[in-house]
Ligand binder design. Structure first.
Ligand code: MG
Length: 441
């Protein structure tokens, strides 16, 4: 587990990198996430904006981080909520302006309520304003009003910003390359996720409700201080063919498979693992046949995770195996390469094999540069998640109808290939059946 000091050092290093990238003459403005109403006067659990958290580690709302490279009186400033005993009695402790420099290692801190008086003065004299535009139109409008104030006041006698620059590409290029510390944090999230999948396999039984199985995942996460990184999918039988099935309210039937796609968010980092297993603990022959195809695609994709390979290589390897399997099962007819070129496989595998993973489950970072797929580099973290979804319908052999299978793990690109950071949940038919034969006690 990374020590507090290690995390502070990491963030300091990130901020130095950001200050260098913005450069003298620039000012970068990074607001915290706004609280979101769930209904009437209740809110969703607060989740900090990932970019803001990456650079500050600050988990409170109503805060704005400001970076001004080369500013003598301090380059890293924080606007935050001040202490307020009355409010804190209701909503919990605040860091406050006085303690912020010590806790957050910022050079200076100001009350968020004073931002209208202070920020225009900081913008004055800068040439470029770096900000993620379009994320929060209300904040964009506020920022424009501060800049207009500066223009009105200086009337051309002083440098005022003439350039708006998107901050997100700078931040997201940084976030795509995970440090060793981050990969350690992500391994913990991945392993907790794997442990939850094992528990789900052990407690699953015919006639259980999908939500009851979902509850086992949440139990595993919360008792370790983690949250769901996203709404979990617990899909029995043909529900698995609905890719984002999250209602999870039907009974699990004897003889069906159940697909679980879930991830723990631990210390801000997401796990994202899928497993598909038989509700009664034993695969039927047709279920096993389809499962083996998906598993061979998983292994082919894993083998293609190598630094220097293109991001699309694992996907292409998976598609090759899945299409070959679909022909063998009699679900597609023709030559494998022709079928792939015509996109026939997408009837049964409509999604891609990988996405970046990090603070966000679908993490930031470009997949292509100049229209070419980007090369995998050591420190990238991505998912490998092939699947096959066979709907009921005409032209589909009866014994394959309604089978939906996905197998997913999280992978860091390492020197010698794929480092599966979510390893632990059984993968093979034999291992799944053996795990399900032992109860969780
Ligand atoms: Mg997933």
């Amino acid at each position: 587990m990374a020590s507090h000091q290690t995390l502070l050092n990491e963030r300091a290093r990130r901020r130095r990198h950001l200050l260098r990238a913005v450069g003298t003459g620039g000012i970068a403005i990074l607001p915290a996430a706004a609280e979101q109403v769930r209904s009437r006067d209740t809110h969703h659990p607060y989740r900090q904006n990932s970019d803001f958290f990456y650079f500050t580690g600050f988990e409170e709302p109503d805060a704005i981080a400001v970076f001004i490279p080369g500013r003598k009186q301090g380059e890293y400033l924080m606007f935050c909520r001040d202490r307020d005993p009355q409010r804190e009695q209701w909503d919990g402790k605040r860091t406050g302006v006085m303690l912020a420099p010590q806790v957050l290692e910022c050079d200076d801190a100001f009350p968020i309520d004073d931002i209208d008086d202070i920020l225009p003065g900081l913008i004055e004299g800068c040439d470029q304003v770096y900000h993620t535009f379009g994320l929060d139109p209300e904040f964009d409008a506020q920022l424009m009003s501060w800049i207009n104030q500066v223009h009105a006041k200086t009337r051309g006698w002083q440098n005022t910003p003439t350039e708006f620059v998107a901050l997100d590409p700078l931040m997201h290029e940084m976030r795509i390359g995970k440090s060793r510390t981050e990969i350690g944090q992500m391994r913990r999230a991945g392993q907790l996720t794997a442990a939850a999948h094992i528990r789900a396999m052990q407690v699953c039984a015919p006639d259980m409700m999908e939500y009851a199985l979902e509850a086992e995942l949440g139990y595993c996460y919360r008792r370790e201080g983690a949250f769901h990184a996203f709404e979990p999918i617990v899909a029995g039988g043909e529900n698995a063919c609905t890719l984002h099935y999250i209602t999870n309210r039907e009974p699990l039937k004897d003889g069906d498979l159940v697909l679980i796609d879930s991830g723990a968010e631990l210390d801000g980092y997401a796990g994202d693992v899928s497993r598909t297993f038989p509700v009664n603990g034993r695969f039927s022959d047709p279920q096993r046949e389809v499962y083996e195809v998906v598993l061979s695609a998983y292994h082919a994709a894993m083998a293609a995770v190598q630094s220097g390979n293109a991001f699309c290589d694992p996907h292409d390897a998976a598609v090759q195996e899945l299409t070959r399997g679909l022909v063998k099962l009699g679900l597609l007819k023709g030559r494998v390469n022709n079928l792939i070129r015509a996109g026939e496989h997408t009837r049964f595998f409509p999604h891609r094999t990988s996405h970046w993973l990090g603070l966000d489950v679908h993490d930031v970072g470009e997949y292509k540069t100049d229209k070419a797929w980007r090369e995998l580099e050591i420190g990238n973290v991505l998912t490998i998640e092939p699947g096959l979804y066979i709907p009921s319908g005409p032209g589909i052999p009866k014994h394959y109808r309604g089978i939906g299978i996905r197998v997913e793990d999280d992978v860091a690109v390492a020197r010698d290939g794929a480092d599966v950071i979510s390893a632990g949940a059984p993968l093979s038919v034999e291992d799944i059946e053996a795990t399900m034969a032992t109860s969780s006690g």
